[in-house]
Write a protein that binds this ligand. Structure first.
Ligand code: SAM
Length: 256
């Protein structure tokens, strides 16, 4: 046994010793991608902190839990790779299928308007990239999110599982009908525009709950509203002008 080990080490030394520096170089090159990844993650974390100071705090986002969530969720992992350098700019970005991820300020604003304390059950209509749902998952107990485009729903499901967002559930389907089995919700967030609040969604909001969504015509200035359910009726606050992609599906025929 010891003779075998001795001869093996002699063979290794004779044949590989001259190449040792080269082997070391190859080994360290193999480490480069993970070192670069770590470096990139540091850069992205810094970009998130800058985004908070530049685009969120000065514009009135002051809920500490929302700021913390915005500082934690890696928006760059929710956008297509070529969009990553722009991930922390305050603008909507294309995510494929002719859809967009909302600008960080609007995500933070809608999250702040939700007034979440941590124990709520939230419904989001319009999963898109999954970013808004990931932010909500840091603020509430359970997040249910519905996406009508199956490829986007699948991609969001995969990223939630990869990043460990285990209090988010994705349904592929038409959010116009809500998620009856999981109702009532404390908060409903709709991230696509409609002319008026879909009645089925309103029915699934609990008394005292808040529904936040953009209302108005397609691809034109819409108004972001927060409707609070008081004695079954909406008490509506108009928040600000926004432009969202339109809600599709049954809303086109049934929301009249
Ligand atoms: N919240 C998303 C995010 O964080 O990336 C952004 C949503 S994007 C502005 C609007 C999304 O709503 C699109 O992905 C679109 O396919 C989806 N959508 C439109 N109509 C819908 C409907 N009736 N039910 C469910 N999702 C819908």
């Amino acid at each position: 046994m010891s003779i075998t080990i001795l001869s093996l080490s002699l063979i290794l030394r004779r044949h590989f010793f001259p190449y040792l520096p080269l082997l070391c170089l190859v080994a360290s090159l193999a480490l480069v991608p993970s070192l670069l990844d770590a470096q990139n993650e540091d850069d992205f974390a810094r970009a998130r902190r800058e985004m908070i100071e530049r685009d969120l705090r000065p514009r009135g986002i002051k809920d500490q839990r929302v700021l913390k969530a915005m500082g934690a969720v890696p928006r760059h992992l929710f956008v297509p790779e070529k969009q990553r350098p722009a991930a922390y700019e305050d603008r909507a970005l294309a995510i494929g299928e002719d859809q967009t991820i909302s600008q960080p300020y609007v995500v933070a604003l809608m999250s702040q308007l939700a007034g979440l304390k941590g124990k709520e059950r939230v419904l989001e209509v319009g999963t898109g990239s999954g970013y808004q749902a990931a932010v909500l998952s840091c603020l509430a107990a359970d997040v249910y999110t519905i996406e009508i485009i199956s490829s986007l729903a699948d991609r969001a499901r995969a990223i939630f599982s990869r990043l460990g967002y285990d209090n988010v559930w994705v349904k592929t389907g038409d959010g116009f009908f809500g998620w009856e089995e999981k109702a009532p919700f404390d908060v409903i967030l709709v991230t696509a525009s409609a002319e008026k609040i879909p009645d089925r969604l309103w029915q699934q909001l609990r008394e005292g709950g808040r529904l936040i969504m953009p209302l108005g015509p397609e691809r034109q200035n819409q108004i972001l509203i927060r409707a609070t359910k008081i004695s079954g009726k909406p008490s509506v606050e108009k928040i600000t002008d926004v432009i969202f992609v339109p809600m599709t599906g049954a809303v086109k025929t049934e929301n009249r």
